[in-house]
Design a protein around this ligand. Sequence first.
Ligand code: ADP
Length: 713
Amino acid sequence: EKLLEYGFPRTYIELLKNRGITRLNPVQKSAVKKGLFNSMNLLVSAPTASGKTLIGEMALVHNTINKDMIGLYLVPLRALASEKYDEFKELEKLGLRIGITTGDYESPAEYLGRYNIVIATYERFDSLLRLKPKWLNRIGVVVIDEFHMIGDPERGPILEMIIAKMLSSQAQIIGLSATIGNPDVLAGWINAELVDDPYRPVELVEGVYDKKNHVIVFRDGRREKIIHRIGGAALNISLQSISSGIQVLVFVHNRRKAEEWAFKLSEHMGLFKHLIDKNKLSEILEELKESPSRLEREKLEYLISRGVAFHHAGLSSVARRVVEKGFRERIIRAVFATPTLAAGVNLPARRVLVSIKRYSPMRRQTVNIAVYEYKQMAGRAGRPTYDPYGEAIIYDASSLSEGLKFIHGKLEPITSKLNNERSLRIHVLALIASKDANTLEEIINVFKNTLFVAEYRDLAYLKSTIDIVLDDLLEWGMIESIGNNKFIATKLGLITSITYLDPLSVNRYLENIKDNVGDLYYLMLITQTPDYLRSKPYISNKLVELYEEEALELSDEDIIPEPPKTFEYYDYYVWLQSFVQAKMLHDWINEIDEDEIAEKYGVGPGDIYSARDTASWIASALSRVEKVLGNTVRANNLEKLSIRLEYGVKEDALELVELQGIGRVRARTLIKHGIKSLKDLASTPPSKIESLPGFGSRLVRSLYEQLREKGLI
Ligand code: ADP
């Protein structure tokens, strides 16, 4: 057995064998050779599906078995964390304890110390580094998935700070990344050996659609004439691929187009309908019924029955899962997806159609995407073990030569995004609050380990931004100077850092809050924070401007905060935008139907979900701030608002939604039938509840079980 020589227990070798892994592939071997099991820091830069996860996994298993230390696996998104958790759960067969932590930024989570392997998002681990649970010094290895995120304007600086801190610990650092342009620079930064291998288990054949001659020209010299003419190139190629039994994943930069094209293609799917496995189809459509939106259900049911679907961030999580599953099980033959798919789940396809053009709202024109973005999408082509090779085809190049520029293009280098006020004020406050650094020198010292400094070999730029940031934090009352260039965090600074909010969010809130204001006022203070604005759902300019008059009237009546006093149109526009966002959330907590909200604001159920998720977190965090400042009235208002945002309910339903299985719709049904509290429910016979719409016998049994646990029966 080849794998035995690495000293793994037989049970693990067996487990790998069951997954079809009997020997290491070239990238993995190279990682081992460069010190994977000898505590060397490694940066693995290799194509998608080349087996990078296993490199991380083996390091984690090795670390646990030989050192009894904790291993961390860090990912950028919550969805990825649960995907990895499901994957690693299998290791429990070896007696390893696997844990996951993604939300709840305020909990030091000492209990995580019981696990051997912990999966976390970057953000969550960053918050843990501030809270300092005891187990931090028992971390033996940190695997960082999607290492190229270091160049992301939002998550990059967080990752950079995590690494800067871990570099001065004992832990082995293993970065995993899709191919990057400057791996040597990044590897140098983290003192890592570079494992830079172009090996791909499934060969990738790239091609460009030449629209003049209606032909796909592949890199390997093959040509494929496109004969179908049902619409644009993406549609014609899709139909032709499906006709030859090839599944396609089509990347489209715009949601509306993705949906439109899916419907257009579905008109031509009559011939394929009989090929779809009826049992699997009905199973999938059954799952789709769990979607919270009627509109979404109807659209997708229609499409999926014809073997087509779309996929974008506006979908509910149920619908996203259904589309992914349907595609994997080959019920869905073509998916029109926005590029968020390429950054998130693992959904490979034999043939991927890539768009290299995107509309830039800033520049008000179509622009070409980066080579790096193209490669990310193209890398999705080819399913390991199923396909002999994968094909990535650029379908919207203006000319053959433009397309070839992407295929042969050099990847852009990844650079630090740390030097901006937002990132630095967050991290400087965190350093002072957690007492990791208290003087300017100590602060600067931590930043010495960042990629920014590795790139510029100079701290001057950073220093000048840090100066600005320190002034702001002093002015906002979050830190105090205690002489000798020494700073300590105030009560406000401490709690701000613990909540994980941007200090500016807290400052803006405190400057604008008043007593005796209503829900809409609070909501708008929330939607005006940078923490909300950075991930807000898109609402079109046209729609926003439609609400201008209403916004001005409401601000005259003090129902919402005043517009900014600057003369910048941009600031005014953000105020208007925040108003419309707040209005949308206000509809949500007043139990307006989700489809109605979606239609009114031009958003999808997935957008509503993420907007209320963020808003609920901010409300709860601000509530903690108010509590520390001693304002219990406001703290309570915000706490209530946070729960209402989470469930989308009016105040009278807050008690009922405590029960698992009761959401906004069922709570309202109960209240309409006179059941207004848990006590009311406990004294109602189950048979009566079962007769209400939406209450099956299994749910009712679970409800009474929960009431019993609460001691109410
Ligand atoms: P990456 O993380 O590089 O995108 P994955 O870890 O998802 O790639 O690996 C892709 C697939 O290849 C997985 O299904 C995995 O089980 C399989 N795989 C990884 N290493 C090997 C190996 N040495 N032999 C056979 N299959 C492997």
